[in-house]
Design a protein around this ligand. Sequence first.
Ligand code: AMP
Length: 398
Amino acid sequence: MKILVINAGSSSLKFQLINMDDGDVLAKGLCERIGIDGRLKYTKKGCEQIVVDIPMPTHGEACRATTDYLVSAEHGVVSSMDEISAVGHRIVHGGEKLTKALLVTDEVKAELEKVIPLAPLHNPAHLIGINACQEVMPNIPHVVVFDTAFHQTMPEKAYLYALPYKYYTDYAIRRYGFHGTSHRYVSARAAEMLGKPIEELKIITCHLGNGSSISAVQGGKVIDTSMGFTPLAGLPMGSRTGDMDPAVLPFIIEKEGLNATELNDLMNKQSGVLGISGVSSDFRDLEVEAKKGHHLSQVALDMFEYSVLKFIGAYAAAMNGVDAIVFTAGVGENNIGLRERVIGGLSYLGAAIDPVKNDVRGVERDVSADGAKVRTLIVPTNEELVIAQDTMKIAQSL
Ligand code: AMP
């Protein structure tokens, strides 16, 4: 069975065609500049990426360009669209009601519309993407898979904010958490690597990339996670603030007269390690600058690591222990020094890293020191595969 995974943004559409028999990615790519001019970046398995300018006034043309390439004589990977069994759509926000993967129906679309205020940048684009793909591929099932779904098991004490309760009932203001598909995948893989049922494990999953979040997964269920109402909360990130005293916001508004849009821009795009360093939101750039002696690049890296350490400590406390700490995403999978320093700061928990085993990037591996009570694992994430698996299950059940 072959499943097409789609991640639609406001002016982009990412895709992967996955062969579910072996998990192979047959082709992947990105349509960008939709609504501006249009460009397709397309990589067939084992081939170099090609880049073609194709007019894409709407997501419809982007979707059409994608499917044209997937079946084309020169670049294609399937002989006809009939070989594609279903389409899985990544959705950032499912709100409180959309808590598991679902077949796209008119009711599901209506519920997605209702959730738009919670993710005004993402969900409208997802809906446009779904409609465009349904037009181009009307005869196969379309499935939606939510980033927020895996976090829906959090108890009230973890997901409520200490605002007057009516803000929860009236506006659904609460912690939702994000990167759920990634936390789900890596925690499940961790249990497999440890050879134990996930129901018996306490796992802390650290998704550390340009956007970062940490989750406490107890018995296979999230009991707490660092992101919140939006993906701004928790750790300081590439260009996002992470947690801070909310009173800073009215203070800045008073000082600089910013409106809500400007404030959101400041917190999401100009802050984090970029804001502190003044250099870059990319952790590799910061490492280069810090090595050259740039003080604020080092401070930004230190702030990030310190925050990772604090969240792990907090979640170990929340679960009254931890069996495994998992690192994933760009920084988690690749930053050898960060893993070593963070785990070095958790010796009180019984975690210890083997520096030789840890000297790798982007491979799945148990990097714990022999005899360490708390295991340290690297698990490269694979959100697309999870979306494809969920989609396949639903397609097969029809
Ligand atoms: P992601 O959002 O998961 O794609 O992660 C992007 C972040 O991962 C960027 O800040 C990169 O600097 C960081 N990253 C990627 N590769 C490496 C590497 N080899 N060493 C350190 N950081 C890396």
